[in-house]
Ligand binder design. Structure first.
Ligand SMILES: NC(=O)c1ccc[n+]([C@@H]2O[C@H](COP(=O)([O-])OP(=O)(O)OC[C@H]3O[C@@H](n4cnc5c(N)ncnc54)[C@H](OP(=O)(O)O)[C@@H]3O)[C@@H](O)[C@H]2O)c1
Length: 276
């Protein structure tokens, strides 16, 4: 198989680190970003280039994308991986907290995609892989704004996939369930600066439950990386790739609830068309 050039954000640790390691082991070329261009532990390889990228820095996103294309003259796969979780009720979160989580999880990836598209269209090939979350499909209490960033990424990706298909560009949204990375550790996850007692039984309980799973998550990042590689290698890559049995259960639960609303309220839904 031909050697591919991958560009991925946030390879210092977690899923990005696992994916970079797996892709390097396959012999492909990786251009990976870390926040300050520091070399990630355990990833030294001739086929690895590190570039600096802070996802909230729009100018740097444009420069880093240009440097990535210049490195080997093309990019075959672009993985928007860097991101973080914000936990707390919607009411307790501040608009600054909302702005920041959207800047990192949605506007950063959007800026990167926009910077890459002219080159991808020129190439007439490429694959954009957006690491979303099962939260983007089936949100739980206590992570509403994080879920909103991922739903936004999903919605944008579904539209983008249709817009760029004629140029030979694929788009895949990856929706992982819980993976055993540092995602839930205090090094990564943020909690809203305020909390409101009235939400103790909904978002409070959900957040406590989530945080007790730190280090016990079902998902193996190395297996996740292998699955993403297999999807990218496919002749017809998926638009959505769910990762993990928990992700599948949550997606099915959401679909059942959606189907229930469609059926139960069908009469009302169909009542709004002009009759002539
Ligand atoms: N693990 C899960 O359970 C899970 C589930 C669903 C979706 N996801 C998604 O998977 C992706 C990777 O998460 P992970 O599980 O690997 O978490 P992680 O172990 O916390 O790693 C997160 C990575 O994102 C980078 N990052 C965070 N904010 C950044 C910023 N402002 N600018 C640049 N880089 C930034 C981090 O860089 P530093 O090392 O410099 O902080 C780190 O490399 C995220 O998009 C996350 O939403 C994870």
């Amino acid at each position: 198989m031909a050697q591919k050039v991958w560009f991925m954000t946030g390879i210092a640790r977690g899923l990005g680190h696992a994916l970079a390691k797996a892709v390097l082991a396959r012999g492909d070329l990786v251009i990976g970003t870390t926040r300050h261009g520091e070399q990630p532990a355990g990833l030294a390889a001739d086929n690895l280039t590190i570039l600096p990228l802070e996802m909230t820095d729009r100018k740097q996103i444009v420069c880093t994308a240009a440097a990535a294309f210049a490195r080997h003259g093309r990019l075959d796969v672009i993985v928007n991986n860097a991101g973080y979780g914000l936990l707390g009720s919607i009411e307790a979160s501040t608009l600054d907290e909302a702005d920041h989580v959207f800047a990192v999880n949605f506007f950063g990836p959007l800026a990167l995609i926009r910077a890459a598209l002219p080159r991808l269209r020129e190439q007439q090939c490429g694959h954009i892989v957006n690491i979303s979350s099962i939260a983007g499909i089936a949100p739980t209490p206590g992570a509403g704004l994080y879920a909103a960033t991922k739903s936004a990424l999903d919605g944008m990706s579904y539209s983008l996939a249709q817009e760029v298909a004629p140029f030979g560009i694929w788009v895949t949204v990856v929706n992982p369930g819980s993976f055993r990375t540092e995602f839930l550790s205090t090094r990564s996850v943020l909690r809203t600066s305020r909390s409101i007692d009235d939400y103790a039984v909904t978002s409070g309980r959900a957040v406590d439950g989530l945080l007790t799973r730190d280090g016990q998550q079902l998902g193996d990042p190395d297996r996740g990386a292998t699955a993403i590689m297999e999807a990218v290698e496919s002749d017809e890559p998926p638009l959505n790739l769910l990762l993990g049995s928990d992700a599948l259960d949550r997606a099915r639960g959401r679909l059942d609830r959606f189907e229930e609303d469609l059926t139960r309220w069908e009469r009302l839904t169909l009542s709004t068309d002009f009759t002539a």
